[in-house]
Design a protein around this ligand. Sequence first.
Ligand code: NAP
Length: 232
Amino acid sequence: MRYAVLGTGVVGQTVAAKLASLGHEVVVGTRDPKATLARTEPDGYGNPPFAHWLAAHEQVRLETFADAAAWAETVVNTTSGAATLQALEAAGTANLAGKVLIDIANPLDFSQGMPPSLNPVNTDSLGEQVQRAFPEAKVVKTLNTMNCQIMVDPARVPGEHTVFVSGDDTVAKKAVTDLLVSFGWPANSVLDLGDISTARGTEMLLPIWLRLWGALGHADFNFHIQGARTGA
Ligand code: NAP
């Protein structure tokens, strides 16, 4: 399968590396490939510049958001939540039409400092905004409720724990569930919450996720919903 992973941060890198390791063809999307490759400073979280990561993943290419999305069969959004609509606009409506669009972004708003708040929240979600802005894309919100290392390696957290999916298209959710299983998620850990409006709930887990991160002092934890009858 051809995947475009839109986003050059640690989440894009982690998901792109996993997809490539599973034998998929992967292109990472960015605003300006030359500018991204020219960065020499660590990112805001202290991660090495993107070019270092790319050099270690020679099977992955870097393209503009539009070229990556046009080439791909499935698109993964790992851009900053505040910039997601802009990034997807740059990817191009026609290049997203008819494709599964896996949305991992969270609408964190850092404008008032730390901890971030959410925008949108309560009566709307980023997942819904994306689906409304790109009605012909099949948006599936998933994996946004955990650290990116766990997304692609759920065994980092001992025992059973849960990954949520939200989306309007049942076939797209099935395809995403199959992808999650290939990442190592047991099928009965995948909890389909319903249509894309249920992304409000998973995005609103972020405030408690951030507090848990602070309280535990590490990010190797996840939510586990006991009593769920889940699975593909
Ligand atoms: P990030 O720093 O939040 O976002 C980086 C990406 O956003 C880059 O590709 C950048 O484009 C793009 N971007 C920034 N401003 C833009 C603009 N004005 N227009 C278009 N694109 C813009 O990356 P991250 O830390 O990897 O997080 C990615 C997403 O995953 C976020 O939404 C985050 O909330 C979510 N998430 C993170 C984790 C985690 O473990 N860190 C877990 C769950 C969910 P360029 O490539 O052109 O610079």
